[in-house]
Design a protein around this ligand. Structure first.
Ligand code: PLP
Length: 394
């Protein structure tokens, strides 16, 4: 169905930070399938784990105990606690949207009758199902799909007074926020905002739910972006990097919150199935071995400096290896993305005037320099084309 406008390039293989298209041309991948392949393409540990699982057992359903899932849930819990058990519970899903659906249903169950409203931010992105689409604070994405499900409110991102006004504890059960709005254009929350949100939620017995689908698992330089601020959320949703490309997601909640669910309240046929979970176990084990957050911090700092020095770049925002490169007024980011693809660099533009950099966390300094050089040429080419058009008009 015509839901995308795909670029005319077909990738047929990948290794590390490189992709190869059907004509044998290679590309540097600074998109990672939208912040998914954090360990790079065809990582041997993930490949071997999935291959071994493929030959053993593919699927049995959630009607039976799984030691693998308990182990992986324990690892996620440990990462959420930054090395200490966070004492939470995990529900496994197949995607980011499903992880957020789980969080929204859990919040309604926890809130009880009448307390069902979830407050999220303008510019956010939480998924494409009807509920997560309404949580997504981008009214233009809603307009053709009305009526939206009831029970969602939006506030300006980063405005604590607006949130204060919206948090009527008689109807609101939870806040759902990203620590950095990824799809919205890589917009970080202002310093102190998340701490102030935590305080409001505590005062009013409202759940603080963080969507770390894009920011989680080392990408911003900590295991989770909320760990940059000294706060503890009640619910955290995950997906994207969790399986390094296998479709899988997770919703973590504090044990007391998770216990609002009883058997039968929520479910999934595929979520947490063995093939996906074998990928998650290998992905998380490898990320811990290589200290993925440290790699993101170090390469992120280097990449940011390189990007800031490119003519035509007005600023760079974000954290670790999730960076938003803001172009000077008048430079069309989608044209820069097209030019870069021609020159063998995969990028994307999540919002007008912004290019997102989200390379695998294993990216090397040499690959960062190469990408920055291609970006510089691509921006130059777009500016040259724009000024020659102006020349023709005058
Ligand atoms: C990508 C994304 C989602 C949706 O994930 P899907 O797997 O596409 O359903 C939700 N929240 C955030 C923050 C995302 O970046």
């Amino acid at each position: 169905m015509p839901t995308y406008r795909p670029a005319p390039v077909e990738f047929v293989s990948g290794e590390g930070c490189r992709l190869t298209d059907a004509n044998g041309k290679t590309y540097l991948d600074f998109l990672s399938g939208i912040a998914v392949t954090s360990l790079g393409h065809s990582h041997p540990a993930v490949r071997d784990a999935v291959s071994a699982q493929l030959g053993r057992l593919l699927h049995v359903s959630n009607l039976f105990h799984s030691g693998l899932n308990e182990e992986v849930a324990g690892t996620i819990d440990l990462l959420i606690g930054d090395g200490q058990p966070a004492e939470g519970k995990v529900f496994f899903t197949n995607s980011g949207a499903e992880s957020n659906e789980c969080a929204i249903k859990l919040a309604r169950r926890y809130g009880g009758p009448g307390r069902h409203v979830v407050v999220s931010a303008y510019g956010s992105f939480h998924g494409r199902t009807l509920a997560t689409l309404h949580a997504t604070g981008q009214p233009t994405k809603h307009e053709h799909f009305a009526p939206m499900p009831e029970g969602f409110r939006h506030v300006e991102y980063g405005d604590i007074q607006a949130l204060d006004r919206a948090l009527d504890a008689s109807v609101v059960t939870a806040v759902l926020l990203e620590c950095i709005e990824g799809e919205g254009g890589v917009i970080p929350a202002p310093p102190g905002y998340l701490g102030a949100v935590r305080k409001l939620c505590d005062e009013r017995n409202i759940l603080m739910m963080l969507d770390e689908v894009q920011t989680g698992l080392g990408r911003t330089g900590r295991w989770f972006a909320f760990q940059h601020e000294q706060i503890k959320p009640d619910v955290v949703t995950l997906a994207k990097a969790l399986g390094n490309g296998m479709p899988v997601g997770a919703c973590w909640a504090r044990a007391e919150v998770a216990s609002a669910f009883a058997p039968g309240d929520h479910g999934t046929t595929y979520g947490g199935q063995p093939l996906a979970m074998s990928a998650v176990r290998a992905t998380l084990k490898t990320m811990m071995e290589i200290d993925a957050p440290r790699l993101a911090r170090e390469q992120g700092a280097y990449l940011r400096r390189l990007a800031e020095a490119i003519p035509g770049v007005s600023s760079v925002r974000g954290a670790g290896l999730l960076l938003g490169v803001v172009l000077d007024e008048g430079i069309d980011a989608t044209k820069v993305v097209d030019e870069a693809l021609e020159r063998g660099l995969v990028l994307n533009s999540p919002a007008p005037g912004v290019i997102r950099l989200a390379p695998p966390l294993i990216v090397t300094p040499a690959e960062c320099s190469e990408a920055a050089a291609i970006m510089e040429l691509s921006i130059e080419a777009v500016q040259a084309a724009a000024s020659s058009r102006e020349g023709v008009g005058s």
